[in-house]
Write a protein that binds this ligand. Structure first.
Ligand SMILES: C[S@@+](CC[C@H](N)C(=O)[O-])C[C@H]1O[C@@H](n2cnc3c(N)ncnc32)[C@H](O)[C@@H]1O
Length: 290
């Protein structure tokens, strides 16, 4: 590769997050103006958390579709093979629903805590052929929020064990660009592991901490720290650039298959994409075949 293109590519990979960060800051500023001059609710300015999430929702509403055109790695192929009872964590307005094959899916639950997205989410689910197979749950992916919502929806029975759900109800659980922002990532992932049937599959597409000790790059790891200090989590709705998500997934439990690959490992926003199969059971397709 010519040196100039190499330099261009590498510098872009390190600086790309700064564009997103500036976009986040712009939407935060615009949200402040909207709150004061359009909604005329200046007291909201004292609720910084609300303001941050409102501004992140604004950013995603304006840019979510464009940011979903190209997804890293084999995500589209993986989602298109999802079947059975599926849980999708943080679907937002359902930008990625078109990548599933609705005919293969028995029922899909979307755990989306932001109520503002639900109307568009259900509309998109209809458009993509899910009909009444799609259920939007107003909850997060963390067990304390997800379990009661699943229980309410009727798919779970809560056992006597301090409100813990009965294990293994989902054939597939999909986490796309969401684990970077869930609270207590390890506990959340452990909870999702418990909800997966033995033999069930987790599909992952997440940006993670740069793997600088192996296939990554120290400068990219350093830039993650810089972007974090410049306010990435503040302007990006609590999203963390430096999450050790692959380790959390490994530690969640035993897997028959753990196939996660890095995409853009030398970038400041490297992704891991792949599929993990929970140990000890048959897949949905094998059970159906029997
Ligand atoms: C970056 S967007 C990604 C949306 C979608 N998964 C995609 O890739 O197009 C993150 C989504 O996760 C949702 N979210 C935020 N906190 C969450 C939580 N604790 N549990 C589940 N979803 C959450 C946000 O409301 C938002 O819809």
């Amino acid at each position: 590769m010519p040196r100039s293109i190499w330099v261009q590519d590498n510098i872009l990979a390190l600086l790309r997050p700064s564009l997103l960060l500036l976009t986040g800051a712009y939407h935060f500023f615009m949200t402040i103006l909207e709150v004061i001059f359009v909604e005329r609710r200046p007291l909201t300015l004292f609720n910084i958390t609300k303001l941050r999430y409102k501004s992140f929702a604004r950013l995603w509403t304006k840019n979510g579709e464009a940011m979903s055109i190209e997804m890293p790695g084999p995500l589209t192929e993986l989602l298109s093979t999802c079947e059975g009872v599926v849980l999708n964590i943080g679907p937002k307005s359902g930008e990625i629903l078109s990548r599933f094959n609705a005919n293969r899916i028995t029922v899909m639950y979307g755990a989306e805590p932001a109520e503002d997205f639900h109307t568009d989410l259900l509309r998109n689910a209809q458009k993509k052929g899910f009909g009444d197979k799609y259920h939007a749950l107003q909850c997060g992916g963390e067990p304390e929020s997800l379990i009661p919502a699943l229980y309410k929806s009727g798919i779970l029975e809560v056992s006597g064990r301090a409100g813990l759900a009965s294990d293994g109800v989902f054939d597939e659980i999909c986490c796309v660009r969401v684990l970077c922002g869930v609270p207590h990532a390890q506990q959340t992932i452990n909870g999702l592991y418990n909800l997966l049937k033995p033999g069930g599959r987790m599909i992952i597409c997440e940006h993670v901490v740069n793997p600088w000790r192996t296939e990554g790059r120290m400068l990219a790891r350093f830039m993650q720290l810089v972007y974090t200090l410049l306010g990435w989590p503040f302007f990006m709705g609590g999203c963390e650039l430096q999450r050790h998500t692959p380790d959390f997934l490994k530690d969640a439990g035993e897997w028959d298959k753990f196939d996660l690959k890095y995409y853009g490992p030398k970038d400041a926003i490297p992704f891991v994409v792949g599929e993990l199969v929970k140990k000890g059971g048959k897949s949905y397709a094998e059970v159906v075949k029997e």
